[in-house]
Write a protein that binds this ligand. Structure first.
Ligand SMILES: *[C@@H]1O[C@H](CO)[C@@H](O)[C@H](O)[C@H]1NC(C)=O
Ligand SMILES: *[C@@H]1O[C@H](CO)[C@@H](O)[C@H](O)[C@H]1NC(C)=O
Ligand SMILES: *[C@@H]1O[C@H](CO)[C@@H](O)[C@H](O)[C@H]1NC(C)=O
Ligand SMILES: *[C@@H]1O[C@H](CO)[C@@H](O)[C@H](O)[C@H]1NC(C)=O
Ligand SMILES: *[C@@H]1O[C@H](CO)[C@@H](O)[C@H](O)[C@H]1NC(C)=O
Ligand SMILES: *[C@@H]1O[C@H](CO)[C@@H](O)[C@H](O)[C@H]1NC(C)=O
Length: 623
């Protein structure tokens, strides 16, 4: 059908356009379980008042005094199921009896739903006076009789009831002088035989989240403003959506309000079907033609408006102008992402070589960012990264947000990566002087990111394959700030996925935070690569020496640092040059200090390398 495509296009346009901003992204998956908004496994994702925990791939729900594994989550109706406490071995006593069973914090946004059928087991006789169903034909007897794991509960009073009443919406109470164990089933069909009942579970529901709280405007994403909560007298402030936008509690974003006078997302078919009866075929054809034409025009206008608005976001605040590339432009430039244009594939996605209409060569990077960020947020981050301007940093020229994944468009650096050069056949091209110069340039680029960029940018993935060389073999740092675009936690995940373990700050394993000093650590490894021409991780070295950082640190302890230096560099080197190699080695080892506070800052590293270069130059001038 002629109008199928434009419709599809329009709806996808509206869809991407609806996503505007949120303060915190949804949390990354826990093991293979995804964690929908607003559930929060860390302070920097989800809505922190919906705290759950992720422990070695399992999600845990913390009640007031206990933890229960989460077995399923259903974000569409804000429900999750936790596994109830088990019985102590060979008894009819619940493991959570000491803490009086399952008790939810009534200030937390969770309650127990009325879909739960609860059995109280091993009850004292006093329970028989309760309003619960403790008769001999109560369902709980059926359960005890029909379930092996509950066989210890036979011959004791038991009762059944539906949860969710006022006293049971926050707790399933067991206690020493009442009932000592419980079981719960979600949506139990009383007609089924016990053998076909589902696994025991307690279903909880969460309240739809409000706008995130904020201390100041800085906590709020684009499209929202920090202001006092009119429903709170405790002085709480929240990121309220700006006018024209509406809080969507399911996704935690400010979404565009519907402004289409013809109704948003309404299928035109009923209208057409209704008219069919009364109108002649020709008239209908004309009408359809007109609708299609109008739709086409609207799509075009919509597209132009979108591009304009995106460009405005991208270039807000002045400075360097960044370009919003259209999907068409990028497809043309990369010959529709042709295989022979593929430059490489990194942890964040593939990189293609592109030639723009004016002949400019660019590198187009597909940013595999998950669905963590909305279009406007991507634009906002790209805007920040486009402001970054230093001769040793690869320039980001703009982006394209029209195709499936956001694309980043960089200046094209022709000569491959430092890693390729050090490990390829022609590492001889990299003289000692050249290597010092590459080290200096990249250190300055990183120092610029840490100390001159606003806000400061931590690279988080410094490695020799992220240092590009231009035609004169000048070093240029690429891929900085990609972590800003991704999930907050993606740096962690991608580090594993990319196998850049050889570069990873060991303190990261202790607190899962990457700082400027983590970049310093990784840069220390790059310095060792420049010095030794060896790989950061190499399984061809003896087992203890697989990790280059560990290997060189050992040699330093044995006062044999020069043994690590690339023999090609040592060959024919002057005494002074040998001394500078040693000096760079010690600087690298300083960057690799176990404790962050003992590592130099990137600025100090850059100055130190400059000093090493200056003594070589001074001596050369003397001779
Ligand atoms: C039922 O609870 C009582 C009191 O805690 C305990 O002594 C008894 O062993 C329990 N019965 C079974 C079968 O575990
Ligand atoms: C369990 O938590 C509640 C607070 O929600 C507290 O009042 C109670 O004393 C706790 N019970 C135990 C046994 O720790
Ligand atoms: C219950 O939740 C409130 C607010 O989230 C918190 O301040 C309080 O410490 C919690 N109480 C317990 C017993 O966990
Ligand atoms: C108790 O539950 C059983 C089984 O569902 C039912 O047949 C019976 O009528 C209930 N008795 C009372 C007093 O509610
Ligand atoms: C318990 O189950 C057995 C068979 O599994 C059945 O013969 C017996 O009548 C049941 N007793 C009760 C009280 O339901
Ligand atoms: C639990 O919370 C939901 C969402 O706020 C609410 O609709 C429901 O009535 C509550 N259920 C109970 C039993 O309090």
């Amino acid at each position: 059908m002629a109008n199928a495509n434009p419709l599809l296009l329009l709806s996808s346009l509206l869809l991407t356009y609806a996503i505007c901003s949120f303060s915190l992204p949804p949390c990354p998956s826990c093991g293979s379980t995804s964690v929908p908004y607003p559930l929060s496994t860390a302070p920097n994702c989800g809505d922190p008042s919906y705290r759950i925990r992720c422990v070695s791939g399992t999600l845990l729900f913390d009640s007031s005094n206990n933890s229960y594994p989460i077995t399923s989550i259903s974000p569409s109706n804000q429900r999750l199921i936790v596994a109830p406490s088990s019985f102590l071995p060979n008894t009819c006593i619940a493991a959570d009896l000491p803490s009086n069973g399952l008790q939810l914090n009534s200030s937390a946004p969770f309650n127990i739903t009325s879909s739960n059928t609860i059995f109280y087991l091993n009850c004292s006789d006093t329970i028989l006076n309760s309003p619960l169903n403790c008769t001999s034909n109560s369902l709980c007897h059926l359960y005890v009789n029909g379930t092996n794991s509950a066989s210890d509960c036979g011959n004791t009073p038991c009762c059944a009831f539906r949860a969710g009443g006022s006293t049971t919406s926050y707790r399933i109470r067991v206690r020493q002088d009442g009932c000592r164990a419980y079981r719960s089933f979600v949506n139990l069909d009383y007609g089924l035989p016990v053998s076909r009942w589902p696994q025991p579970g307690v279903e909880l529901q969460w309240v739809l989240p409000r706008e995130p709280t904020c201390g100041g405007q800085g906590d709020c994403g684009w499209g929202s403003t920090c202001g006092p909560d009119p429903n709170s007298n405790a002085g709480i402030r929240r990121c309220f959506c700006n006018s024209g936008l509406q809080w969507d509690p399911l996704t935690g974003v400010c979404a565009k309000e519907c402004q289409d006078p013809d109704g948003c997302g309404k299928d035109p078919t009923p209208l057409i079907a209704g008219l069919t009866a009364g109108l002649g075929v020709a008239l209908i054809a004309a009408l359809i033609g007109f609708l299609v034409y109008r739709r086409h025009r609207r799509i075009k206008e919509e597209q132009e408006r979108l591009t304009r608005e995106r460009e405005e976001i991208l270039n807000a605040g002045g400075g360097k102008t960044a370009k919003v590339f259209t999907g068409k432009e990028i497809k043309k430039a990369t010959n529709n992402f042709a295989k022979d244009r593929l430059l490489g594939a990194g942890g964040y996605g593939e990189v293609y070589k592109g030639i723009l209409e004016d002949g400019t060569m660019v590198a187009v990077k597909c940013a595999k960012l998950g669905n963590a960020k909305g279009t406007d947020q991507v634009l906002n981050e790209v805007r920040i990264l486009c402001q970054v301007n230093h001769k040793s940093l690869v320039r980001l020229l703009g982006c394209c947000v029209e195709l499936e994944q956001p694309l980043l468009v960089y200046e094209y650096i022709p000569n491959g990566t430092l890693l390729d050069h050090l490990q390829g056949g022609n590492r001889g091209l990299l003289s000692w002087k050249r290597r010092l110069s590459i080290a200096h340039a990249t250190a300055e680029g990183l120092a610029y990111l840490h100390f001159s960029a606003v806000p400061p940018i931590y690279h988080r993935d410094v490695k020799s394959s992220n240092i590009l060389l231009d035609e004169k073999l000048n070093g240029k740092v690429s891929d900085f700030g990609l972590s800003r675009l991704a999930h907050t936690d993606l740096s962690h995940i991608s580090t594993c996925a990319q196998g850049t373990l050889g570069y990873l700050d060991p303190e990261y394993y202790r607190n899962y935070q990457l700082t400027d000093k983590s970049d310093v650590y990784s840069f220390g490894v790059v310095l060792l690569e420049l010095l030794t021409s060896q790989k950061a991780i190499d399984f061809n070295r003896p087992p203890d020496d697989v990790n280059l950082a560990v290997y060189v640190q050992r040699l330093v302890e044995e006062e044999r640092i020069m043994d690590a230096v690339d023999p090609m560099l040592k060959e024919g080197a002057s005494t002074l040059e040998l001394e500078t190699m040693k000096a760079l080695g010690f600087l690298a080892v300083g960057c690799l200090e176990e404790r962050r506070q003992n590592r130099p800052s990137m600025k100090e590293v850059a100055e130190e390398i400059e000093y090493i270069i200056s003594i070589t130059a001074a001596k050369a001038a003397e001779q």
